[in-house]
Design a protein around this ligand. Structure first.
Ligand SMILES: Cc1ncc(C[n+]2csc(CCOP(=O)(O)OP(=O)(O)O)c2C)c(N)n1
Ligand SMILES: [Mg+2]
Length: 345
C-alpha cells in the first residue's frame, strides 16, 4: 500500500529512499509486473534521450522532452487494459509505444510526416493533442459513449498543470462528473506551463482540490514514483468500471528538462532545484528500488536497455526511409469545397 506523507499534503508514495523513508509494495504486482514496468520506463527514457539527439542532428523537428515524466506515463498505462482509451498531449507523444506502436510512427510525427498519424482504433490511443486541454472533453465523451453502450472500457486523458486553467478542462471535467463518465483525468503537474510557474497558474492550494467542484475524488501522488502512480490509477480504473464515475489524479513533479527543444529555461527556472530533481529522477529511483528488492540483475538491465536502443535505431531508420510527403496532402482533408486560391493554377 502507498503511504501518505504528512508534510506533503496527501502525496502518495510507495518507493522509499533507501534510508529513512521505507519501501512499500503494491498488492497484486508480481515480479514479472515490476520488470514490465521497468521495461516500459527504459523504452520511454531511451525514446526521449535519443529524440533529443535526433533533434540536435536535424533529423526531427521541435520536440517536447518528457524526461522524468516516464513514471507517470508507464505507471498509469500499466493500470489500464488494452481496450481502454488513452488521450495523450504532446508531453505523452510516445505513449503509444507502450501499446506496441513502432517508434518510427512517433518519430515521423515529430518529423511532420503523414506516416506519424495512426488510426486511433489500432491502439486505442487518440491523436497527440497539442492545443492545451481540448482532448479532455474528447476523452470524457468517448468514455461516456462506452458507458452508454454498456462497454467495460474506460478512458484516460493526460494533461499538464497549465491545462487546468483552460476552459476545455473545466467543461470536460464538469461533464464527466455530471454524466459519471468512466474517465480518469490525469494531471501531470510538473510545476511549469512553459515559463509560467504553478503559483501564477492557480490560487488553489493543490490542483487535486479542483476535483471537489466537479463531484469527483482528487488524488495526489508522487509523479516520480511509478508504483504509486500505478496504484492510484488502478483505483481510479476500478471506480470507473464500477460505475462510480471519474477521478482526478494530480501527479506531482518538478520539470527537470526544458519545456521543449525551442525553450531555454535558464531564463526562469530554479536551476538548483532542477539539479536536485535530476539526482532523484524516476527511472534511477525505480531501478534502485528493484535492486533493493533483489529482482533486477545487471544482465536484465543490459538486455532491456539494448532492446530499447535497437527499437530506436530501427525507428529512425524506418522514419527516414519514408518517401517524401506530397505537400498537397496538407489540403487533402481540410476543405469539402476547396477555395479557388487552392485549386486554380
Ligand atoms: C490552447 C493553447 N494555448 C496555448 C498553447 C501554447 N502552449 C503550448 S505548451 C503550453 C504550456 C502547457 O503547460 P502544461 O499544461 O503545464 O503542460 P506541460 O507542457 O508542462 O506538460 C502552452 C501555453 C497551446 N498549445 N494551446
Ligand atoms: Mg506543466
Amino acid at each position: 500500500m502507498a503511504q501518505i506523507l504528512r508534510d506533503e499534503r496527501e502525496l502518495r508514495r510507495v518507493i522509499g529512499d533507501g534510508e529513512s523513508l521505507p519501501d512499500g509494495e503494491v498488492e497484486g504486482l508480481e515480479e514479472r509486473d515490476l520488470i514490465d514496468l521497468y521495461r516500459g520506463m527504459v523504452l520511454l527514457r531511451t525514446y526521449d534521450e535519443r529524440s533529443l539527439v535526433y533533434h540536435r542532428q536535424g533529423r526531427i523537428g521541435t520536440y517536447a522532452i518528457f524526461w522524468n515524466h516516464e513514471a507517470m506515463q508507464v505507471g498509469a498505462v500499466y493500470a489500464l487494459e488494452r481496450d481502454d482509451w488513452i488521450f495523450p498531449s504532446y508531453r505523452e507523444s510516445a505513449i503509444g509505444l507502450l501499446r506496441g506502436m513502432p517508434a518510427s510512427t512517433v518519430l515521423s510525427w515529430w518529423r511532420g510526416h503523414p506516416a506519424g498519424w495512426w488510426n486511433p482504433v489500432d491502439y486505442n490511443v487518440a491523436s497527440i493533442c497539442v492545443p492545451i486541454g481540448t482532448h479532455v472533453p474528447h476523452a470524457t465523451g468517448l468514455a461516456w459513449g462506452q458507458k452508454l453502450r454498456g462497454e467495460r472500457a474506460c478512458a484516460i486523458a493526460f494533461f499538464g498543470d497549465g491545462a487546468t486553467s483552460e476552459g476545455s478542462f473545466h467543461e470536460g471535467a464538469n461533464f464527466a462528473g455530471v454524466m459519471k463518465a468512466p474517465v480518469i483525468l490525469f494531471c501531470n503537474n510538473n510545476g511549469w506551463a512553459i515559463s509560467t510557474p504553478l503559483s501564477a497558474q492557480t490560487a488553489a492550494e493543490t490542483l487535486a482540490d479542483k476535483a471537489a467542484g466537479y463531484g469527483m475524488p482528487g488524488v495526489r501522488v508522487d509523479g516520480l514514483d511509478v508504483l504509486a502512480v500505478y496504484e492510484a490509477t488502478r483505483e481510479a480504473v476500478e471506480r470507473a468500471r464500477a460505475g462510480e464515475g471519474p477521478t482526478f489524479i494530480e501527479a506531482v513533479s518538478y520539470r527537470a528538462a526544458p519545456h521543449a527543444t525551442a525553450d531555454d529555461p535558464t531564463a526562469y527556472i530554479d536551476l538548483e532545484r532542477v539539479e536536485e530533481e535530476k539526482r532523484n529522477e524516476c527511472l534511477g529511483r525505480y531501478e534502485r528500488y528493484l535492486q533493493r528488492l533483489g529482482v533486477l540483475t545487471d544482465d536484465a538491465v543490459e538486455e532491456i536497455r539494448g532492446e530499447a536502443q535497437a527499437a530506436m535505431r530501427e525507428g529512425i531508420a524506418a522514419a527516414e526511409a519514408e518517401p517524401e510527403a506530397d505537400p498537397e496532402l496538407l489540403f487533402t482533408n481540410a476543405y469539402v469545397d476547396p477555395p479557388p486560391s487552392l485549386t486554380d493554377g
